[in-house]
Ligand binder design. Structure first.
Ligand SMILES: NC(=O)c1ccc[n+]([C@@H]2O[C@H](COP(=O)([O-])OP(=O)(O)OC[C@H]3O[C@@H](n4cnc5c(N)ncnc54)[C@H](OP(=O)(O)O)[C@@H]3O)[C@@H](O)[C@H]2O)c1
Length: 247
């Protein structure tokens, strides 16, 4: 079989990351599913992918808050198939931090998964990606540019991830392309209390395409960035139904 790309997806066991894992796998890529607490989901997804194509998926666990563990995560990823072509910084924590209540542990937690880990993972992965002429995709948020009230720490971290995308695109050119995807709503948070029904309706009413997106929309964009966007680096693609156009 032709040399298949190897993609490491952080937070790939569930939700958007899991759909990206399935869709990239369907494009004949080999997938490394990183997880922290969703071991069962990661194992089940890995088994499904390996049943479809033998030796095409693997799992690795790491807490991205532990920055010292990140070079080892990349080392282990490279050891599985001896190459790394794609790093998708997808893992994220998301919860409100209303001003006046924000603690340093909350700040550190939100910054670790959304900004610090993507930086140190990219740094550790850079030599491998350079070797493969690979690429990095950072999952940002339209809220990296448009602040969301009560979510200051998250928005600031995602804004940093946006700049990280541009800085890395310069640092790693010409061999590695670095781009970002900025979703609007593609999957509501599991915790229903974050967005009640009225808030959801209001958000969708303000979205020009009048509906939420899907994780499939994100996966299709990732496939485009990996396989077709050969002359694109340092860019952010909004996948948001037009919501970032303003209202
Ligand atoms: N969902 C949306 O509509 C939406 C909108 C805008 C932006 N985005 C962005 O798109 C990406 C995917 O969204 P999502 O909603 O699918 O994400 P999510 O469910 O909030 O998080 C994905 C995974 O991140 C992992 N994670 C979080 N903190 C971690 C840590 N410290 N160490 C290791 N893993 C950690 C968790 O893995 P475990 O379960 O294994 O612990 C979690 O399942 C995120 O970057 C998000 O910010 C999504």
């Amino acid at each position: 079989m032709q040399n298949q790309k190897v993609a490491l997806i952080t937070g790939g066991a569930r939700r958007v990351g899991a759909v990206m894992a399935q869709r990239l796998h369907a494009q004949n890529m080999r997938i490394i599913i990183h997880y922290r607490s969703s071991a069962k989901d990661a194992e089940a997804l890995c088994n499904t992918l390996n049943a479809e194509r033998a030796n095409s998926a693997a799992i690795l666990s790491a807490d991205l808050n532990n920055i010292e563990a990140l070079p080892a995560l990349i080392y282990s990823a490279n050891n599985i198939w001896g190459q790394l072509d794609v790093l998708i910084n997808n893992a994220s924590t998301f919860y409100p931090t209303p001003l006046g209540t924000v603690t340093e542990p909350q700040w550190n937690d939100l910054f670790a998964s959304n900004l610090k880990a993507p930086f140190f993972l990219a740094q550790a992965a850079a030599p491998l990606l350079i070797k493969q002429q690979g690429c990095i995709i950072n999952m940002v948020d339209i809220r990296a540019k448009q602040p969301l009230k009560d979510f200051s720490a998250y928005c600031i971290a995602k804004a940093g991830l946006l700049m990280l995308t541009k800085v890395l695109a310069k640092e790693l050119a010409p061999r590695v392309r670095v781009n970002a995807i900025a979703p609007g709503v593609v999957l509501w948070p599991d915790d229903e209390s974050e967005y009640d029904e009225a808030t959801r309706t209001k958000i969708l009413a303000r979205t020009p395409l009048k509906r939420a997106g899907t994780p499939e929309d994100i996966a299709k964009t990732a496939i485009f960035l990996i396989n077709q966007a050969d002359y694109t680096t340092g860019q952010v693609i909004n996948v948001d139904g037009g919501r970032s156009l303003g209202y």
